[in-house]
Write a protein that binds this ligand. Structure first.
Ligand code: NAD
Length: 344
């Protein structure tokens, strides 16, 4: 069987302080920029707005998780009024998702400067929510053409977000290892990403401003995003989409909580993935991932996230009826067992 791999063309700037090069990059793309910023990235966005000077024609500070179309419509009013040449997104996956949604409607080029490890900046994946339903499309043309990895933008992540965002990214790497369209390239990216997260996450949680930990973690998030861009995600992402969509749950927290459960469920049926992870991090990769979740002060079970136990069977039925490609086949009862474990 022929594997088709998707590698969005992308110019990547890496290094502490790389954000200061954004105005020069904007000039290369025509100059007049619409800045899309997550509120938490406000200070960095203010600094960037100042540096862009006259090149900044508009600013939108209201991106929301899962890219609701109503929010995109509001941002599009600004686009029509101010006619920018390009989009600059600074923030987490929500800001980057909104810039992708605007680009999908206008063809405007994008510069993305991520402040979390979500990885959206290197994928051509766009998930948009309309009337409570999230629809995802994949097109390499949606991926930002310029990505700026400045680890200084990540030092403000509090310990909880640092942990959940890293586990969210780790899930992209893990699912790439057992994906039907994995290649030697994605295997290498996934294993290196996994090892970097396990090595550096504890230091970044303990000392948020430690660039010696933040820099490799950001690179790990990049590699994990490239895994997401090139492979088909399996059961973990399907459960995250089904639960997140049904119960309106926070994205990174949900991924962080589910990952060890899905790994324990799938790895016995994915010996090559298990072997790679074992060689990278030792005999028990599931325990290694679980240990990363230890000490987390936020919700650690589906119950604590507010999912009603009575809602689990319907999710299990729905996922089992139409499964994403996954190394282990399952029926609704087996899946319910997994969900019950994550619940309690
Ligand atoms: P987010 O952008 O919603 O950010 C989560 C929270 O963290 C927000 O409150 C935000 O303000 C705050 N935050 C972000 N950076 C911060 C920083 N440096 N310091 C302090 N606080 C900060 O969430 P996310 O987890 O980055 O991304 C999740 C969103 O991205 C979801 O909508 C998800 O669907 C999407 N996503 C898309 C892809 C893709 O390829 N399309 C990949 C991953 C995630």
């Amino acid at each position: 069987m022929t594997t088709v791999t998707r590698l969005p063309a992308c110019r990547v700037l890496i290094g502490p302080g790389a954000r200061h090069d954004i105005p020069a990059e904007a000039a290369l793309l025509g100059g007049r920029a619409l800045l899309v910023a997550t509120r938490s990235a406000g200070a960095a966005a203010d600094e960037l707005a100042g540096a862009l000077g006259d090149r900044l024609v508009a600013r939108f500070d209201g991106p929301v998780a899962h890219t609701p179309v109503e929010v995109t419509a509001r941002a599009m009013e600004l686009v029509r009024a101010r006619a920018p040449d390009l989009l600059v997104a600074i923030g987490g996956g929500s800001a980057i998702g909104l810039a992708k949604a605007i680009s999908a409607r206008t063809g405007l080029p994008q510069i993305a400067a991520p402040t979390t490890y979500a990885g959206s900046e290197v994928t051509g994946v766009l998930g948009e929510t309309e009337n409570g339903t999230k629809k995802t499309r994949r097109d390499p043309a949606l991926a930002p053409g310029t990505v700026v990895y400045d680890a200084e933008l990540t030092v403000g992540m509090p310990p909880g977000l640092t942990r959940t965002s890293a586990l969210n990214a780790l899930a992209h790497a893990v699912e790439a290892l057992w994906a039907p369209d994995a290649t030697a390239l994605t295997d290498a990216l996934a294993v290196e990403s996994f090892a970097l997260f396990l090595t550096h996450l504890p230091a970044a949680i303990a000392h948020g401003a430690d660039l010696g930990a933040r820099q490799p973690l950001q690179q790990a998030g990049w590699l994990a995003g490239l895994c997401l861009a090139q492979t088909t995600m399996g059961l973990h992402h399907q459960l995250a989409h089904a639960l997140g969509g049904t119960f309106d749950l926070p994205h990174a927290e949900l991924h962080a909580m589910l990952l060890p459960h899905v790994m324990a469920f799938n790895l016995p049926a994915a010996p090559a993935a298990a072997d790679r992870l074992t060689r990278a991090v030792g005999p028990d990769p599931v325990a290694a991932v679980r240990s990363l979740a230890q000490g987390y002060a936020g919700p650690r079970t589906l119950a604590e996230l507010g999912v009603p136990r009575a809602g689990l069977p319907a999710v299990a039925e729905r996922v089992a009826a139409n499964p994403y490609p996954n190394p282990r086949s399952f029926d609704a009862d087996e899946l319910l067992g997994l969900l019950e474990q994550a619940w309690s």
